[in-house]
Design a protein around this ligand. Structure first.
Ligand code: G3H
Ligand code: 13P
Ligand code: NA
Ligand code: ZN
Length: 315
C-alpha cells in the first residue's frame, strides 16, 4: 500500500537527499514515474493537483494509484510510494482526499493572511493525523501562478514565522519560497543571461530555527534546455524559458529540503518527444506510437532526476 511522508522524510533528512514528488495526469506519466523509481530504487511521492483532478477525473486518478503500486510490486520492488494532494486549497478538499486514501495532503494557505493560514492548516492537520495522513503546509508565496493565486513578485518566506507556524499547526513538512516559481518561465532573463541564485540564506535561517524539520521545494524543475530545444526544433515556440540550475538543486537537497516538486520538466519531455515523433512520422495516427517514446524518454529523465536528488538506491 501507500505510505505517508514521515519515514521517507526522516531517512532523507539523515541521508542528505530529497524524495522526488512527481505530478501525474495520465497513464503514461504514471507509468514513467513508477518504472523510473523501480529501476533506480527510489522512494517516490505521486502528486495530483487540482488541475489534474479536473482534467482526468479524481476518482479515475485515485484508482490508477493502486494499479501503479501493484505494478511496482509485480516487478519485485518494494519502493515506498506516497500519494499527495498538490496545493490543496480548502479544508473540504483536503478532507475528501484523506477520506479517499491519499497518504499525504498539502494545504496551501500561503496566500491567506498569516492567522488564517494557521487556522486552516491546523484544522487539516487535526483531521489528517487522526487518519495517519501527513500534511504539508506553506509559508511565503512563489511568483507566478500558484493555484489561481497569481503574484507578480516572490513573497519570500519570513524565517521569523516558521517556528510559530509549525508549532501552532502541527504540520509534518513546510514548503518555503526562496525564489523558485512554477512553470517554464521561472526567472526573467534574456538569452545567455544566468538566472539569479536561490535565497539559500533564507533556507539556512529556516533550518537554524527548525532543526531536523522537513522542508519542501516547489517550482524545482530545471526547465531542461535539451527538451526546450527539441520542442523549438520541431515547431514549438518557447522563448526565454528559465529553470532552477541543477547545481542549485543538488546543493538544496543536501539541506533540510526533503521533498522536491517536479512537473514542468516532465511536461517538456512529453511535448518534445511527441513533436519530434509527429514531425518525423507524418503518416502515423496510433497514439501509442507517439506516447510510447514520450513515456520512455520521460522514464529516463525521471531516473536522472532521482540521481540529481540523491534518492536513487535509497528505497
Ligand atoms: O502546482 C503546479 C503544478 O505544476 C500543477 O499544475 O495545476 O496545471 O496541474 P496544474
Ligand atoms: P515546476 O513547475 O517547477 O515543475 O514545479 C512543480 C510544483 O511545484 C508542483 O507543486
Ligand atoms: Na535533504
Ligand atoms: Zn507547487
Amino acid at each position: 500500500g501507500l505510505v505517508n511522508s514521515r519515514e521517507m522524510f526522516g531517512k532523507a533528512m539523515k541521508g542528505g537527499y530529497a524524495v522526488p514528488a512527481y505530478n501525474f495526469n495520465n497513464m503514461e506519466q504514471l507509468q514513467a514515474i513508477i518504472n523510473a523509481c523501480v529501476e533506480c530504487n527510489s522512494p517516490v511521492i505521486l502528486q495530483i493537483s487540482k488541475g489534474a483532478r479536473q482534467y482526468a477525473n479524481q476518482t479515475l486518478l485515485r484508482y490508477m494509484v493502486p494499479g501503479a503500486v501493484a505494478m511496482a510490486r509485480e516487478a519485485g520492488s518494494n519502493i515506498p510510494i506516497a500519494l499527495n494532494l498538490d496545493h490543496g486549497d480548502s479544508y473540504e478538499l483536503a478532507k475528501s482526499c484523506v477520506d479517499f486514501g491519499f497518504s499525504n495532503v498539502m494545504i496551501d494557505g500561503s496566500s491567506l493572511p498569516y492567522d488564517e493560514n494557521v487556522d486552516l492548516t491546523k484544522k487539516v492537520v487535526e483531521y489528517a493525523h487522526a487518519h495517519n495522513v501527513t500534511v504539508e503546509g506553506e509559508l511565503g508565496v512563489l511568483a507566478g501562478i500558484e493555484e489561481h493565486v497569481s503574484s507578480e513578485v516572490t513573497h519570500y518566506t519570513r524565517p521569523e514565522e516558521v517556528e510559530d507556524f509549525v508549532t501552532k499547526t502541527g504540520v509534518d513538512s513546510l514548503a518555503i519560497s526562496i525564489g523558485t516559481s512554477h512553470g517554464a518561465y521561472k526567472f526573467k532573463v534574456k538569452p545567455g543571461e544566468s538566472v539569479p541564485p536561490l535565497r539559500f540564506d533564507i533556507l539556512e535561517e529556516v533550518e537554524r530555527r527548525l532543526p531536523g524539520f522537513p522542508i519542501v521545494l516547489h517550482g524545482a524543475s530545471s526547465v531542461l534546455p535539451k527538451y526546450v530545444d527539441i520542442i523549438n526544433q520541431f515547431g514549438g515556440q518557447l522563448e526565454n524559458t528559465a529553470g532552477v540550475p541543477e547545481e542549485q538543486i543538488k546543493k538544496a537537497v543536501k539541506s533540510a529540503v526533503c521533498k522536491v516538486n517536479i512537473d514542468s520538466d516532465g511536461r517538456l519531455v512529453m511535448t518534445a518527444m511527441i513533436r519530434k515523433y509527429m514531425s518525423e512520422h507524418p503518416k502515423e495516427f496510433d497514439p501509442r506510437k507517439y506516447l510510447g517514446p514520450a513515456r520512455d524518454e520521460l522514464t529516463k529523465m525521471y531516473i536522472a532526476k532521482c540521481e540529481l536528488l540523491g534518492s536513487d538506491g535509497k528505497a
